[in-house]
Unconditional design. Structure first.
Length: 398
């Protein structure tokens, strides 16, 4: 980031963009599974396939590094907000599985590449307090989703008695799409004079010394997409939870995440990335087993809430990257990490959906518990890699 640029103004722009992203994706996450069941009549195997399609842009995350050769992180974020808004707007007209696939894919392109460029922008622009900046964004995300959920709950109860309807779902998607489009064009206007960042001398090739960062991204993507694809789908399909009740659950969860996000930076500073991530995956093992075998809806609500809170700890991976990568390698590493994170995300939703349909949903979540256990072991190597990076790169990696 140019030292002459007002950091406060840049941070305000980042917040505005992230609030738009949180609003759009908050609407999507809150209503899509009920929309898929109620409007598109989508079976579990197709739901898994759609999730895999949604993650294809993440699998191609290395393209974010290619875009960075021609667009600054700031301008790339603006373009991707516009793309995301277009996808959400298309969902506002979808009434069948094919249309849901197209709108979701376009939305996902914008979402994934904005997330990568924004993370790179923050790591390079605010190197002294990366965990705190990322934690604040999580807090803004949660606060926005609380407002979104209240908005959705109020209209759903007022207009349909809490059950939802095709017209209501479409109105929600259209509202979200237009809001994200507006934010994207505002940022594009403010970044029109931005130039691409200087190219690293050795290009965009993966860095061998960042192997643990890549591996953690792969494993976390595996477990994360089992949760994202099937947790709410489980409640909607197997337990027939109403849209209004799901929205109240989202509201409660976002309030928890908002409170938790205020302490993430301090937690990372006190305990370090290794202890934080090991705790995260240790708790996830029994959570997945509860998903697999519990028939008590209130227990499932509780573990869903705990799982959401644990998502806030994922900023530890970006903080870890800041400690082991040279500044000129950050943009490429973030994009490559996104790609690695989504390799499993393409396979696991499809596999999980097929297992669900042919055997039982419990086996999908048992597999998630196994992945969490493996990631717990891998996380124990973080401090060793940080120490090696300090010797290799000097004080800037610390």
């Amino acid at each position: 980031m140019n030292s002459k640029v007002d950091r406060k103004a840049i941070w305000s722009e980042i917040r505005l963009s992230y609030l738009a992203l949180a609003f759009g994706f908050g609407v999507y996450r809150s209503i899509f599974d009920k929309f898929a069941v109620d409007v598109c009549n989508m079976p579990a195997d197709m739901r898994g396939l759609l999730e895999a399609v949604r993650e294809v842009p993440g699998l191609l995350g290395f393209l974010g590094g290619v875009f960075a050769l021609y667009l600054s992180d700031r301008k790339q974020g603006a373009v991707m907000l516009i793309v995301m808004g277009a996808g959400l707007t298309l969902l506002g007209f979808a009434d069948a599985v094919p249309a849901a696939f197209v709108g979701t894919f376009i939305m996902s392109v914008g979402f994934h590449y904005f997330t990568a460029s924004n993370a790179s922008y923050i790591i390079k622009g605010f190197p002294d307090d990366v965990p705190f900046r990322l934690a604040r964004l999580r807090g803004y995300d949660s606060a926005t989703r609380i407002a979104v959920t209240l908005f959705l709950v109020g209209l759903t109860i007022l207009l349909t008695g809490g059950r939802g309807s095709p017209g209501l779902y479409h109105s929600f998607f259209l509202t979200a799409g237009v809001a994200v489009l507006i934010a994207g064009f505002i940022r594009l206007h403010s970044s029109r004079a931005e130039k691409p960042d200087p190219r690293p001398k050795d290009g965009l090739k993966p860095r061998r010394e960042l192997w643990l960062f890549y591996l953690l991204n792969f494993l976390d993507g595996s477990r994360r997409h089992i949760f994202m694809t099937f947790a709410i789908y489980l409640l909607a399909r197997e337990f027939n939870v109403r849209l209004g009740d799901l929205l109240w659950l989202f509201l409660f969860n976002q309030a928890l995440v908002w409170v938790m996000s205020r302490y993430i930076g301090s937690i990372l500073e006190r305990f370090g990335e290794q202890k934080v991530l090991m705790f995260n995956y240790l708790v996830l093992v029994p959570i997945f087993l509860v998903y697999a075998y519990s028939q008590n809806i209130w227990i499932l609500f509780i573990v869903f809430s705990i799982d959401n809170v644990l998502f806030t700890l994922s900023v530890a991976r970006q903080s870890f990257l800041k400690k082991i990568a040279r500044p000129e390698h950050v943009t490429a590493a973030v994009s490559q990490g996104l790609t690695v994170n989504h390799i499993a995300a393409i396979i696991l939703p499809i596999t999980g959906g097929v297992i669900w349909e042919r055997f039982a949903y419990s086996w999908t979540f048992v597999f998630g518990a196994i992945i969490a256990l493996v990631t717990l072991f891998v996380s124990s190597m973080i401090n060793r890699e940080i120490a090696l990076a300090e010797k290799r790169n000097g004080p800037q990696a610390a």
